[in-house]
Write a protein that binds this ligand. Structure first.
Ligand code: AHG
Ligand code: MN
Ligand code: MN
Ligand code: MN
Length: 326
């Protein structure tokens, strides 16, 4: 369909962004520049992750974030890198981040975009050399440019996202994103410092045989979730749970599968945060033919009430999420 950006695999992200911009006839290039800024920050964070053990930036930072989690050094480092790159880039009016309690107003008088970001997803995996990621959503601000950013600018339902994506720092580093015209994946070539188009127009299989859930909390799952997990076992599905949402999500995007973080005793609304984890991956999932719910309703229809609000998260192959959601 015309939304496919016709470019040869092997093209780089920059050319793709320019081609994509042509498809938006009123584009002024600001969103394109913003995507470039995010991709650049991802290269810097990628390098720090790859040498964390050498640079002594593994381990705990020594403070807690608003989530009550112990911040890792790389959580803080990634947060600084992305915030700084976006401030310098000049396209972003404000950022909400997992690692900052309040809205970061960048006081950019003319910028019209808002970013919601999880600078480093899967923090418990940093020191043990397991894949981690970055997750981001892009919104257009509602209040007039030049005025202080309001809560209405940052608390927007996922269906208003202009773009969304993630970076997966895995066996290879990938930049995967959508601007509402399909999902495309770029593999980072460190020797060139370029993201190369490797996965064009990504589609999530409608069915799968993999389920990702932390069964350590099985006892406190509600009956519907327990019943669905039993069904997966009856069908002989594979259990895969990496502890990094981005890595589990990416595998399910390519091969089919479902990721569930349901309500548990410790986390009655689930653990994952609507604004900078669930909405972005929900947009990617739907753009690739998948689905994301909170167990009842579409994630992207949820009207947010607070910056760090948690929701139960069911995301992946359409038929699997439909079956697991009541
Ligand atoms: P973050 O590291 O950004 O706080 O997110 C971690 C999330 C997600 O990436 C992962 O799937 C989940 O937490 C793991 O949680 P449990 O250890 O409770 O299963
Ligand atoms: Mn965290
Ligand atoms: Mn996360
Ligand atoms: Mn995080």
């Amino acid at each position: 369909e015309n939304s496919r950006i016709a470019l040869p695999v092997g093209s780089n992200l920059d050319r793709f962004i320019n081609k994509n911009q042509e498809a938006f006839k009123y584009a002024t290039g600001e969103l394109s520049q913003l995507i470039r800024d995010l991709a650049y920050a991802g290269k810097v964070v990628n390098r720090e992750i790859n040498r964390a053990g050498l640079a002594g930036i593994t381990g705990a930072y020594g403070s807690e974030n608003v989530q009550g989690e112990e911040q890792q050094n790389l959580d803080v480092a990634a947060n600084i890198r992305f915030t700084r790159a976006l401030k310098k880039g000049g396209e972003v009016a404000a950022i909400i981040s997992e690692e900052d309690e309040d809205i970061i107003d960048l006081n950019n008088p003319r910028s019209k975009y808002i970013i919601a970001i999880d600078p480093l997803d899967g923090s418990s995996n940093i020191d043990v050399n397991v894949s981690i990621g970055t997750i981001f959503s892009i919104y257009r601000r509602i209040s007039p440019a030049g005025s202080p950013v309001q809560e209405e600018d940052v608390l927007q339902a996922g269906k208003h996202q202009v773009a969304a994506g993630y970076i997966l720092y895995g066996s290879s580093t990938m930049f995967v994103y959508t601007t509402g015209k399909g999902v495309n994946g770029f593999t980072y070539e460190p020797s060139l410092g370029e993201y190369i188009l490797s996965h064009q127009n990504m589609k999530m299989p409608k069915d799968g045989k993999v389920y990702s859930v932390n069964e350590g909390s099985y006892r406190s799952f509600d009956d519907d979730v327990k019943a669905y997990i039993e069904t997966c076992k009856d069908r002989g599905y594979s259990a895969r749970y990496i502890g990094s949402l981005v890595a589990d999500f990416h595998r399910n995007l390519l091969k089919g599968g479902i990721y569930i973080y349901p309500s548990t005793e410790k986390a009655p609304n689930g653990k994952l945060r609507l604004m900078y984890e669930c909405n972005a991956l929900a947009m990617i999932a739907e753009q690739a033919g998948g689905l994301a719910t909170d167990g009842k309703q579409r994630i992207m229809d949820i009207e947010p009430e607070s910056l760090h609000q948690r929701v139960p998260f069911f995301v992946g192959s359409k038929h699997m999420v439909e079956e697991a959601s009541k």
